[in-house]
Design a protein. Sequence first.
Length: 443
Amino acid sequence: MERLTPKEIVAYLDQYVIGQDDAKRTIAVALRNRYRRMQLPAEMQNDVIPKNILMIGSTGVGKTEIARRLAKMMSAPFIKVEASKYTEVGFVGRDVESMIRDLASAALKLVRKIENEKNAEKIETYVENKIIEKLLPPLPAAAAEQKKAEYDASFARMQARFAKGELDHLKIKVEMPLSSIDFEGSGLPPQMINVQESISKVLGGINKKGKEKEVSVADAKRILAEEASSELLDEEQLKELAIEKVEKGGIIFIDEIDKIAVASGSQSRQDPSKEGVQRDLLPIVEGSGVHTKLGLINTDHILFIAAGAFHLTKPSDLIPELQGRFPLRVELQSLTKEVLYQILTQPKNSLIKQYQALMAVEGVELIFDEEALQSIAGFASLANEKTEDIGARRLHTVMEKILEEISFTADERHGESYRVTEQMVQEKLGKVIEDEDTTRYIL
Ligand SMILES: Nc1ncnc2c1ncn2[C@@H]1O[C@H](COP(=O)(O)OP(=O)(O)OP(=O)(O)O)[C@@H](O)[C@H]1O
Ligand SMILES: [Mg+2]
């Protein structure tokens, strides 16, 4: 991932998100800049701080979708948070630093996965040997040469059967892993999180070994793989790797940032906690140290991507200091009829493909006439114009309306095909769209 070029990143996103080229480009460049920075001499690296991104666009145009896809693609620690959750009423706000702790946890998981993949072969051998040893009667220590040879031969036979999965249904006894206790996200104050480890250690000390349990070989594979991994990997080293990953490559996507902006000149009593959250964000975005279960994490080079619809507020309603920390602004376009049509049909797992797959489960072939698809996009676009613009989400309501009958009866129509024609779309939606109020209710 680190080496992906901007073009490659955009090409990846193109598979899932239609249009929004500016946003894709800006993000791609920001990510590539992380890589460029890493190639610089150490003393210069420190001066190159990431330029955070603010994505502005009305609801349903793909802001969260871009983040979601980015997360899938990245082998960098990545989390998505909602800014508004830090202002929750009746709660003294969740502390904003917790986002760094969540990122740290994500990074630890990630490096563990990467290291496990590196050790995949060793882990497999460990698992295989353990399982076969349990299935074969043990060889006495003072066995004769001939016995040993026999043992080796049956071991080899078992290996072959193991590889084919022929042993999967057998039962064996394995030691269950000690369940580790995770206080992360439990709302405990940060000081307490370090206590977690101490408690786990103490508990681990009392019953050093997990309980033995009879499980199938198939399940044992998973359990023993975990055991192998914990024997092979050095926790301290993992933590160090994770810290490095977070500090140099971590990305935090802050969604709904507009919800913590305070509209200027608004008469209603403002929620003072919103500005508080913005102030709490400042040091983190600016760069500061945060205590996590990995240790102290410096946030200087973490990339922040904030996104918001900014319907009721404007980016300039954020406190000036925070505005200044998000110098890259990208606007997402609202979706035209043409784009809606593409969203309906083009992405991997587009809405049409989803409905077709769902109907296929019932043995019903769902067919859409080309004109019908055009017409669906047209109605969605019209409904967005006439009422609120809810972007691509409108397609969902329109599709539900069109398919409501077949959705209800599909289970009784096994083997049939169901063709959606332009005329059907017109019949179902033509009336609805004529009246604004009905549109509001139905679409
Ligand atoms: N440009 C697009 N290309 C493909 N799919 C899209 C696009 N825009 C939106 N969608 C689809 O519409 C739905 C809503 O999009 P998304 O969650 O990204 O909205 P958003 O911009 O984050 O809106 P909000 O401000 O309400 O959070 C998703 O199912 C997404 O797949
Ligand atoms: Mg969103």
